[in-house]
Design a protein around this ligand. Structure first.
Ligand code: AKG
Ligand code: FE2
Length: 240
């Protein structure tokens, strides 16, 4: 990827202020040309088709018990984002994956959402180290985050080319989902937790739409995670 010059502020700078610990939102994590290049790479890989969505698990799907049965590395086209994630640092020089079992993401789930599709509210569970890094491409989407034990939720507006990192309490104690709508509504400074980080252009569109904004098109997300249990299937069957 061309944009190797990108430097970021310490992660604390990107903390979403009104959320419990901890979620970080970085607008323009990718450049438009990086996004275009990624989309074209993604289109060359086979999709798994679900009822309303398609997805690509790299390097392999997890087993029902949450194991990754290969120690193959991530495919090349997903590596530059992985290194960029590793380059993000808190003020004390630790990073997002410093204490994760493999010290870096070993799994990427690519999800595709045509307008009016979403993902039901769920939690990502114990298969992963509790950190998810989500890169959004092509269209905005609104992530609905709700506490497991009831109470009011939060909305995170994810712009194209942005990164959202969810960890700690937001990961462990909350469910997340995306509504199956063509137009996201009830968007305002009061309802969108990361309002302060949105571009002027996006805020203007929301305000002009009276709090509603139509999804631009198909949104693709890449979720980088560290799967805790990795077993090499080759080794299980005695190959070395
Ligand atoms: O696409 C997203 O932003 C969320 C995807 C998700 O929640 C998941 O794959 O577990
Ligand atoms: Fe999820």
């Amino acid at each position: 990827m061309s944009n190797t010059e990108t430097t970021f502020h310490p992660l604390e700078t990107y903390k979403i202020p009104t959320l419990p610990p901890s979620a970080y939102y970085i607008p323009s994590f990718l450049s438009p040309s990086e996004s275009t290049e990624l989309l074209s790479q993604i289109s060359t890989h086979p999709w798994t088709t679900l009822t309303h969505r398609r997805l690509q698990p790299h390097p392999a799907p997890l087993t029902p018990s949450g194991h990754l049965l290969t120690s193959k590395p991530l495919p090349k086209f997903l590596e530059s984002i992985a290194s960029r994630l590793l380059s993000l640092k808190f003020s004390d020089e630790t990073g997002i994956f410093t204490t994760s079992p493999h010290g870096k993401p070993n799994h990427v789930l690519i999800n595709e959402y045509p307008p009016s599709t979403g993902i039901p509210s769920h939690e990502d569970g114990a298969a992963y180290f509790p950190v998810v890094c989500t890169v959004s491409l092509s269209s905005h989407i609104v992530l609905e985050v709700t506490p497991k034990n009831g109470g009011g939720g939060y909305r995170i507006f994810q712009e194209p080319e942005s990164l959202l990192v969810t960890t700690e309490e937001v990961y462990r104690e909350h469910l997340h989902g995306i509504e199956a709508v063509e137009v996201d509504g009830d968007l305002s400074e009061g309802t969108v937790a990361n309002w302060g980080s949105l571009s002027d252009e996006v805020k203007r569109r929301i305000l002009e739409g009276g709090g509603e904004v139509r999804r631009e098109g198909v949104r693709i997300s890449l979720t980088y995670r560290d799967v805790i249990k990795v077993k090499d299937a080759g080794r299980l069957f005695g190959r070395r």
